[in-house]
Design a protein around this ligand. Structure first.
Ligand code: 3HC
Ligand code: NAI
Length: 697
């Protein structure tokens, strides 16, 4: 069955793409476009073809579900060339999104009109690819190399008015896409406008390709496709259109075979699957209009900022007037950042900081809120005291959430008279910026409370992941383990600086020691003290960093940690005191430091991460491997192009990962205990992704 309908309006043929939800260019659509062009050209009296999309988008691009399978003809570049080569006048009328192959179809048309609210873009780089149906050859001819490179290497969505200014589209007009398109086509015919093929436009001007390639490579932090896109655009200048198309196709097909492409497509689908939980099928979230936040420190202020920006009424409770004023100032500071970045107007800022936000020291102000997020000190007694007060003042049905990083949400829930209403909502710092929200489900949490957690996450623009209760939930628990692996390597001879550099080269936004400085070394110090009484005798815990903390050095906020930070300068330089303290500890422990290669550093770090992640999934703390992947990608700076640690492990082969763990276990059997789930999967010849697929059935 064709997914492209043919209709005729006087001398204009209309091809309407009907492939919900987003008109992806599946095989049937490609065939339908070919057949539609044939029919229009054979239809006597037809002078022009209008291409439109039915439903919410013009075309969202190639059908991503076909990637990785053998491509079937007609291929999209041929469909585009077929459209462009038509002797009829071809017009695209774009609404919603025109992305990737969708924009490429539009670029093959001779004229383009778009709705003011629509967006265009070439997001292929976010899938580990470059455009593969002519955009790297047509767009530079149409708008010049620099603007084309901006669109292709960033993959950003460009709003119609900007696309008009850039020259990507010819006209912007509000109305029904088909009606507006027909009127535009009619006016072009009446004017006697001629066929205008972008491929026949003159070759664009060259730029400094080396500089563009190097800059893009650096910005990609290990991601290869944006830099490849520079090479493809270079071909549009240096080769004929036909040769350039072949070059683009070859690069596209080569990238299709890469791990990065597989990782990024995994991330694309996993990002959408995280909120898709069987336990939430048919469960309605509770109504959410107003939100209470307890504590206006780092996290509370960030959560309140995110909530007012999303349109909620927020009541924030602090202990004393002074703290309340400081909290208000913190939120205003966050919001003024949004004004500076052009995200909100000054007028909106005024409304958000006055009407939408109430800061109070009186818990009674929470009587009518629909959900409360507690973000007070990380101390069980303080939390229980707060939940006792919430239990007394909040209306029945109000969701009571804690932002605790490590504490037992079951214990907090059981301290109230309504444990079914209690949940963990673990935000990440800064809470108005970071995309991740862990929705921590306790034993007695009601299903509609879980659904409400996800609904809040969605309203705040977060990617929410379901987690079970354990020390550190999904993310911080896994972090603690791979951080420990890094600490062990430091004791054995790798420097924190070599480790940070190796992991940044691997693709992490920051290395673990730079992150520790940013988060504050006092947090880890307190955690080590908290865990000391229950520590196993075989556990290796470095103490050199405690010596630094004892001297009052907590990282960036005090100017000194693993690195030394100078005011006004970005980043830090290695702290010689750290090197000295490490050497002292090695001497005390009788360790002869040895050399580590960057590859070994990555391998040990990743093995520790994957092993703990497999325990987290095996114990049901994360329901599926993809939940771990998205937690690490959205909350911990894990390189998206690997898809997440579990996808990375699949790509390495689970047998190889397990074999590394078993080798490391010969030196430290306590730390490197293989996860039972990993051992089982290797024995059965299955992958983590098999578990994702089984869960989706
Ligand atoms: N192919 C297949 N399925 C797609 C798709 C695509 N290109 N784009 C979206 N979908 C699916 C989603 O997986 C989702 O499925 P689900 O309901 O089963 O989970 C459904 O369509 C709706 O998508 P969203 O939930 O993401 O809906 P939104 O409204 O939030 O976003 C969107 C819509 C902006 C189109 C977003 O889905 C998106 O960014 N899609 C990807 C666009 C893209 O990357 N296009 C380039 C493809 S590569 C290409 O074209 C190569 C070419 O150069 C040869
Ligand atoms: P913070 O110390 O910056 O802020 C805590 C605030 O709570 C202070 O302003 C304090 O005055 C207020 N407060 C304490 N007791 C109160 C009470 N009874 N009633 C009202 N207000 C009270 O702490 P931060 O960093 O914001 O952490 C808060 C919580 O969030 C902790 O549970 C922490 O583990 C968690 N968290 C912290 C993250 C971080 O990166 N800082 C990340 C994710 C979670």
């Amino acid at each position: 069955m064709s997914n492209v309908a043919y209709s005729r309006h006087d001398d204009i043929a209309v091809l309407t793409i009907q492939n919900p939800p987003v008109n992806a260019l599946s095989l049937a659509v490609r065939q339908g476009l070919m057949a539609g062009m044939d029919q229009a050209e054979a239809d006597s009296g037809v002078r022009a073809v209008l291409i439109v999309g039915e439903g919410r988008a013009f075309i969202a691009g190639a059908d991503i579900t076909e990637f990785g399978k053998t491509p079937q003809a007609p291929w999209l570049p041929d469909v585009c060339n077929r459209i462009e080569a038509s002797p009829l006048l071809v017009v695209g009328s774009m609404h919603g999104v025109s992305l990737g192959g969708g924009l490429e179809v539009a670029l093959a048309a001779h004229y383009r009109i778009a709705q003011p609210s629509s967006r265009v873009g070439l997001p292929e780089v976010h899938l580990g690819l470059i455009p593969g149906a002519g955009a790297t050859q047509r767009l530079p001819r149409l708008i010049g190399v620099e603007k084309a490179l901006d669109a292709i290497t960033t993959g950003r969505h460009i709003k119609a008015p900007e696309a008009l200014e850039m020259g990507i589209i010819d006209k912007v007009e509000e109305g029904d896409p088909e009606a507006v398109g027909l009127a535009y086509t009619r006016s072009l015919l009446d004017e006697g406008a001629s066929r205008r093929a972008v491929s026949e436009m003159p070759s664009p001007q060259a730029i400094d390709w080396h500089a563009a390639y190097d800059a893009t490579l650096k910005k990609g932090r290990g991601q290869i496709s944006p830099a490849q896109a520079v090479r493809a655009v270079q071909a549009s200048v240096e080769q004929s259109f036909e040769e350039g198309m072949k070059t683009e196709r070859q690069m596209f097909m080569d990238l299709m075979k890469t791990d990065q492409r597989e990782g990024m497509i995994h991330a694309f689908f996993s990002e959408r699957a995280v909120g898709n939980l069987p336990e939430l099928k048919g469960v309605e979230p509770r109504a959410l209009q107003s939100i209470g936040v307890i504590g206006g420190g780092t996290m509370g202020a960030g959560i309140a900022t995110a909530a007012v920006l999303a349109g909620f009424e927020v009541v924030l409770i602090e202990m004393k007037d002074e703290a309340a004023a400081a909290a208000h100032e913190r939120i205003a500071g966050n919001l003024s950042g949004a004004v500076k970045r052009g995200k909100i107007t000054q007028q909106k800022f005024d409304a958000l900081t006055t009407v939408a936000l109430t800061v109070s020291t009186n818990y009674d102000s929470l009587a009518s809120v629909d959900l409360v997020v507690e973000a007070v000190f990380e101390d069980m007694d303080v939390k229980k005291d707060v939940f006792g007060k919430l239990d007394a003042v909040c209306k029945p049905g109000c969701v009571l959430a804690t932002n605790t990083s490590y504490l037992d949400v079951n214990e907090i829930a059981d301290s109230t008279s309504r444990p079914a209403d209690v949940i963990g909502l673990h935000f990440f710092s800064p809470a108005h910026v970071m995309k991740l929200l862990e929705v921590v489900v306790a034993d007695k949490t009601a299903a509609d409370v879980v659904a409400t957690g996800f609904a809040l996450g969605k309203a705040l623009g977060k990617t929410s992941v379901r987690a079970g209760v354990c020390d550190g939930f999904i993310g911080n628990r896994i972090l603690a383990t791979y951080r420990t692996a890094a600490d062990h390597m430091v004791l054995d001879g790798a420097t924190p600086y070599q480790i940070d550099a190796a992991l940044e080269k691997f693709g992490f936004a920051m290395g673990p020691f730079a992150v520790a400085d940013l988060a504050g070394l006092d947090i880890g110090w307190m955690t080590r003290k908290r865990k000391a009484p229950t520590r196993h005798a075989d556990e290796r815990v470095p103490t050199y960093i405690d010596r630094l903390c004892e001297q009052g050095h907590f990282g960036q906020k005090t100017g000194q940690g693993y690195y030394i930070y100078e005011k006004g300068k970005r980043g830090g330089v290695p702290n010689p005191a750290i090197t000295r303290l490490i050497e002292e500890e090695q001497t005390a422990l009788g360790i002869t430091p040895r050399a580590f290669t960057d590859a070994e550093i990555v391998r040990r770090y990743m093995s520790a991460m994957v092993n703990e992640a497999a325990k987290v999934v095996g114990e049901g703390i994360a329901k599926r491997p993809l939940d771990v992947d998205m937690t690490l990608v959205f909350g911990y700076g894990f390189p998206r192009y690997w898809g997440g640690p579990m996808k990375w492990a699949d790509l390495q082969g689970l047998g190889a990962v397990l074999s590394d763990i078993e080798t490391y276990a010969q030196e430290d059997a306590w730390f490197w205990q293989p996860a039972p789930l990993l051992t089982k999967l290797v024995a059965e010849g299955r992958t983590f992704d098999d578990l994702n697929k089984e869960a989706a059935k």
